[in-house]
Design a protein around this ligand. Structure first.
Ligand code: GLN
Length: 454
């Protein structure tokens, strides 16, 4: 009830939730109370969560932040949300996001922008973005509207908003969580993961969200460890890689200082820091912005006015006319831009020059990490190149917006786990985060290092 009251008080300003499911939440909470009274509490009994509106929830509208799915009520449930319910979590509602998870600011949502709860503390005249694409999820947790939230991360959409909102978020290894029932953006990069206020809470949520699922052929058949126990592990003797290519020209001094501080903390706990090289890092962003739109243009072909959501028809129009009108009205500008880029890089004549080349670069980036794991157990970098920016900033220039993802896209291209943990404040008092990247399926080390920084 306290969380629903917080939703009622804060959501009109923050716009973090697109749909609030108060009645269902109270019903689930009553069942949780009853189970507790019987001594039958499940691992997440009664824990109130916000669910990114990219996860299909049976009987509850799922919009993907798009007009084209504005009235879509899925008849099925995503595996991740089904597992959270199985373990007793209570869903407060569906969290706002950039349209189809394309963005770094939550400004592209058809349901309006989300405000970062840290905004007014800084300067009442400047409203700040929460980051994106999982901006509603991160804002809801930071504003104490929910104890935790789900997100998805294709190029940074969990880690960047976690950093901007001063909370913890992890993108696990590709294949750790089932993608079944999550609206697809770029299938070879998309992964689900949790947001919470502490590293340990993230670990607890991730355990419920993980596991092999026969409904997703890319979900991995690997055991799910007790991630929460890993948070208490010592980092003594761990080798922490510090990639020199992440020290960008013109990087703000406070980001440098934050990074140094985090490494000092780890050394104080007995870890060893090692300078490493990931030589293909500078090609990661361009490779990502070819691969991701390519896959998106293919995934978004299904929104044809027939199978899902919106249909725009004009009397006398033919099928093609209906298709064009539906997509013209249903998709926002950023989504159209991605569809055009993706279609272009996949088209005959350009495929080899762009898409194939990007795939090769992707393999080189993955190999950089493979080599690094011979020398180090985890890698620590800044999570973002800046603190949260003002709403409207960077909107006129997509490339400047894409530069936000410079530290995060590499983990997606290589399929590796990456965690963002708050590590300090900038000169204006806004939160800054560090990122911990780990070996495939070694989230345990990532949690241990994250907990030591926290
Ligand atoms: N900001 C990146 C993009 O716009 C990543 C988004 C995401 O991870 N879903 O593609």
């Amino acid at each position: 009830r306290a969380h629903l009251e917080a939703v009622e008080a804060l959501n009109p300003r923050l716009n973090a939730l697109i749909t609030v499911t108060a009645d269902q939440a109270m019903e689930a909470a009553r069942e949780s109370d009853a189970r507790r009274a019987r001594g039958e509490a499940r691992p997440l009994e009664g824990i109130p969560l916000a669910i990114k509106d990219l996860f299909c929830t049976a009987g509850v509208r799922t919009t993907a932040g798009s007009r084209i799915l504005g009235n879509f009520v899925p008849p099925y449930e995503s595996t991740v949300t089904a597992q959270l319910r199985r373990d007793g979590a209570v869903f407060l509602g569906k969290a706002n996001l950039d349209e189809f998870a394309m963005g770094s600011s939550n400004m592209t949502s058809a349901f309006g922008p989300v405000e970062n709860p840290w905004s007014r503390r800084n300067d009442p005249g400047t409203r700040l973005v929460p980051g994106g694409s999982s901006g509603g999820s991160a804002a809801a947790v930071a504003a104490r509207m929910a104890l935790g939230a789900t997100g998805t991360d294709t190029g940074g959409s969990i880690r960047q908003p976690a950093a901007f909102c001063g909370i913890v978020g992890i993108k696990p290894t590709y294949g750790r969580c089932s993608r079944y029932g999550i609206v697809a953006f770029a299938s070879s990069l998309d992964q689900a993961g949790p947001f919470a206020r502490t590293v340990e809470d993230c670990a607890i949520l991730l355990r419920s969200m993980s596991g092999h699922d026969p409904k997703d052929s890319t979900s991995a058949r690997v055991p799910v460890p007790d991630f929460a126990a890993a948070c208490a592990r010592s980092v003594k003797g761990l080798r922490i890689g510090v990639p020199r290519e992440y020290r960008l020209d013109g990087m703000p001094a406070e980001i440098e200082a934050l990074w140094r501080q985090g490494l000092d903390w780890l050394r104080a706990e007995g870890a060893e820091t090692v300078e490493i090289s990931l030589p293909h890092t500078k090609y990661a962003l361009p490779a990502y912005y070819i691969v991701a739109p390519a896959e998106a243009s293919s995934n978004l072909a299904r929104y044809d006015g027939v199978r899902y959501g919106l249909r725009v028809e004009e009397k006398g129009g033919d099928l093609r006319d209906m298709y064009e009108r539906t997509r013209a009205a249903g998709f926002g500008a950023e989504v159209k831009r991605r569809i055009m880029i993706g279609t272009y890089v996949l088209s005959a004549g350009y495929y080899e020059a762009y898409y194939l080349k990007a795939q090769k670069v992707r393999a080189l980036i993955a190999r950089d990490f493979d080599r690094a794991w011979e020398r180090v157990d985890a890698i620590v970098t800044p999570a973002t190149p800046s603190a949260a920016f003002a709403m409207g900033a960077k909107m006129g220039d997509p490339v400047t917006m894409y530069l936000n993802d410079v530290f995060t896209v590499t983990a997606n291209l290589a399929g590796l786990p990456g965690l963002a943990v708050p590590a300090g404040l900038d000169a204006e008092g806004l939160p800054l985060g560090l990122q911990v990247i780990g070996r495939p399926f070694d989230e345990e080390t990532v949690f241990a290092v994250g907990a030591a920084i926290e």
